[in-house]
Design a protein around this ligand. Structure first.
Ligand code: SF4
Ligand code: SF4
Length: 116
C-alpha cells in the first residue's frame, strides 16, 4: 500500500515529505476563476433552526466551508452568504446537528467551473 493510501486509511496527516511532493494549489486563484450565476430570489442554503446554532459550541461551519459562506454577526448569530457557495457539499455532512438545509441551486443558477 502506498504511503498516501496508508495515511488516508489511518486518517493521519500527510508526512512532510509527501506533502512537499504534492502540486501547489492556490484555492483563491481557483475560486477567482469560477463563474457565479446567483439566484437572488432563492437561497439554496439555509440554517434550519437558529436556536440550535446558538447551542452549538464549536460551530464547525465557520471552518469547513472553503469560501466562508457561514459567518457570525455581532450577536453571534450564524449568517449564510449562500451567493458565494461553490457547491462542494461539505455542509451536507459537516454540521453535527444536521441543521443546514442545502439544496441544489435552481436550474440555470449556481457555479460554473472552468477546467484546464
Ligand atoms: S455547525 Fe450547524 S448547528 Fe453549528 S453553528 Fe454551524 S450550522 Fe449551526
Ligand atoms: S456546499 Fe461547500 S461551499 Fe457551499 S456553503 Fe456548503 S461548505 Fe460552503
Amino acid at each position: 500500500m502506498s504511503e498516501r493510501k496508508e495515511n488516508e486509511r489511518k486518517h493521519e496527516p500527510l508526512s512532510p515529505k509527501l506533502r512537499a511532493s504534492l502540486p501547489a494549489v492556490n484555492v483563491d486563484k481557483l475560486v477567482a476563476e469560477i463563474k457565479y450565476y446567483v439566484d437572488e430570489e432563492f437561497a439554496h442554503i439555509q440554517v434550519r433552526e437558529p436556536a440550535i446554532c446558538g447551542a452549538c459550541t464549536q460551530k464547525p461551519c465557520l471552518a469547513f466551508c472553503p469560501v466562508h459562506v457561514f459567518t457570525q454577526d455581532a450577536q453571534s448569530k450564524i449568517m449564510v452568504g449562500y451567493q458565494a457557495c461553490v457547491e462542494c457539499g461539505s455542509c451536507r455532512i459537516g454540521c453535527p446537528f444536521s441543521n443546514i438545509d442545502w439544496q441544489l441551486p435552481r436550474g440555470g443558477y449556481g457555479v460554473a467551473y472552468k477546467f484546464g
